[in-house]
Write a protein that binds this ligand. Structure first.
Ligand code: FAD
Ligand code: SF4
Length: 511
């Protein structure tokens, strides 16, 4: 028995100033352990901005903990020979011989398994702490889910609103309605968004600049650019980014949250997902700030509710389902999709304008908003029939906010319907006309979103009708989407054959 205390492992997405492992921390005996390891940037081919974000935020957090008087054992990327977290921890468990090891619930199942196996090899129990960052503990989610045959996000969301007293007047929702979707989800119209307030930038400081140089050197061939890197990497930066959103963009968030416009990556979005997922800010702070803006008449209820729904609803819901479904969830492929991911997902080099815009912006900033992810890149992969694990690997690699617990259910479940309707009751499928309605992308595209065949056929439209044809047996009687399938009947047999042939030719050209 040694008298070394606890070794608290803090992972790159656990930079919570109120980390649960710090609550009973004994500064005289306990130590914090953090490690930068190549595997976390290479197990998927990570965007350079995603790597910089994690490493820079970790280094800032290390410094903040040290300033609080904590002992931080920090393994910087260039200062050790280990390729993986397991190997770095192995070496340090042998050298440091802690009495206990603790970690907050990791956001990635693979990491949890590695930590358990490594500690077991040393005969040390790994204490997995509840991640108190979230509104709904995993066990409470499991209670909510128990006995339900179907999970419906709207039901979960209302339960969270009541449980957490968010936008409530007693038992009733503020404004008398739970859902303002009908007031939201507008397009900009021909004239476009006009002036949109540019988001506050967090200019790279010396620590971030050093990490940028490191990443350019160690991960030179990785996708993405760093020239525009301005993501928050500290608690103070994250709070300032949230304040900036509440003051300048929240009021228009609701109506235009689904709209897309060429050259306008941010529009009225908050850009706080990465800061939330690294735990630099707390979801409750974001929710309270939005609710306060409504109370002070700075933003309409439809926008405030729309924003809160994303955080208290979708974000908590996908996390709960992810932990309920893992590790089997990762293997799901309900539609039997097998095609490879088109190469242009990694380069943006395609003449399909919508995809060029969204992938181009993704490679430049590591960011695309929800509808760009769901109804452009996600939709194309779904219609094409790309193997879900390949789609998952791409989303996990290219977005700065990507952590498995949130990326995987959004990709496999919501976007690819690979879980067969566990997370979302219907597949999100549409033709190119949806993109035409919600953006100006088609205006600058050589193709025509109304055409499924011929020289100017839009690939979304060709593949949409082909998808309906391929999956008719499964969905034609579906209560929520059956109507889409019934529309197939307006095509003659010859037209249906022509669509199938056009889809096959398209698939062959992209394989
Ligand atoms: P806003 O549009 O301003 O929304 C506010 C906040 O709500 C976000 O910051 C985010 O924390 C939360 N939110 C919104 N939608 C969702 C959702 N569907 N699930 C969970 N939280 C949500 N989000 C991630 O944080 N990480 C991911 O890896 C991720 N991968 C995705 C993959 C696909 C295929 C799809 C369709 C969506 C994915 N999302 C992911 C959800 C969403 O696209 C991003 O949260 C959002 O675009 C982040 O930008 P923002 O901060 O400007 O969000
Ligand atoms: Fe995209 Fe089709 Fe519109 Fe071109 S026509 S921008 S491919 S939806």
């Amino acid at each position: 028995m040694n008298d070394h205390g606890k070794l608290l492992i803090v992972l790159g997405d656990q930079l919570d100033p109120d980390h649960p492992g710090l609550r009973d921390y004994d500064a005289g005996r306990d130590r914090v352990w953090m490690a930068e390891v190549p595997e976390e940037s290479t197990h998927v081919w990570s965007h350079k901005a995603r790597i910089v974000l994690f490493l820079s935020a970790m280094r800032h957090f290390r410094d903040a903990l040290a300033a609080r008087g904590l002992t931080v054992i920090y393994r910087a990327l260039d200062a050790h020979p280990h390729a993986s977290l397991g190997s770095a921890l192995d070496a340090d468990l042998a050298a440091l011989a802690p009495a206990r090891v603790a970690v907050a619930q990791p956001g990635d199942y693979r990491v949890l398994r590695t930590l358990r196996e490594t500690c077991a090899r040393h005969g040390i129990a790994l204490e997995v702490l509840e991640d108190t960052h979230f509104l709904v503990p995993a066990a409470a989610f499991a209670d909510w889910a128990a006995g339900r045959r179907h999970f419906v996000m709207e039901h979960f969301y209302r339960w969270v609103r009541q449980r957490e007293a968010i936008l409530m007047h007693g038992r009733e929702p503020a404004g008398g309605r739970w859902n303002f979707d009908a007031d939201n989800r507008k397009a900009f119209g021909r004239e476009g968004p006009g002036f949109t307030p540019p988001p506050r930038q967090s200019a790279p400081d010396a620590v971030t600049r050093e990490v940028m140089a490191l990443v350019e050197r160690r991960f030179a061939t990785h996708p993405g650019a760093l020239a525009d890197f301005d993501w928050p990497v500290t608690e103070a930066d994250a709070e300032a980014a949230l304040d900036d959103f509440i003051e300048h963009r929240l009021a228009s968030f609701g109506p235009f949250q689904d709209a897309m416009w060429s050259g306008e990556p941010w529009l009225y979005h908050s850009r706080i997902s990465a800061a939330l997922n690294l735990k630099l800010i707390n979801p409750r702070a974001a929710i309270d700030a939005a609710a306060q803006a409504w109370h002070q008449s700075q933003a309409p209820l439809a926008s405030v509710e729309g924003f809160i729904r994303q955080i208290a609803g979708w974000r908590e819901y996908v996390r709960g389902l992810c932990w309920l479904g893992m590790p089997e969830y990762l293997e799901r492929n309900a539609l039997g999709a097998q095609a490879p991911l088109p190469r242009f997902y990694w380069t943006g080099e395609t003449h399909y304008r919508c995809l060029r815009e969204v992938i181009g912006q993704t490679l430049r900033y590591g960011y695309a908003h929800h509808i760009q992810r769901l109804m452009v890149t996600g939709l194309f992969a779904l219609l094409l029939g790309v193997e879900p694990r390949a789609v998952h690997a791409w989303y996990l690699a290219v977005y700065v906010d990507a952590v498995e617990w949130v990326e995987l259910p959004n990709t496999l479940g919501m976007s690819q319907f690979a879980d067969g309707g566990w997370l979302a009751s219907k597949p999100y499928v549409a033709s190119g006309k949806y993109i035409q309605r919600m953006s100006n992308y088609c205006a600058g595209c050589p193709l025509d979103p109304a055409k499924a065949t011929g020289a100017r056929a839009c690939p979304f439209t060709t593949l949409y009708w082909d998808f309906l044809e391929r999956h008719a047996a499964r969905f034609a009687r579906h209560p929520r989407v059956g109507q889409q399938w019934r529309n197939l009947e307006r095509f003659s047999a010859t037209e249906r054959l022509a669509i199938r042939q056009a889809a096959e030719a398209l698939r062959a050209s992209l394989a």
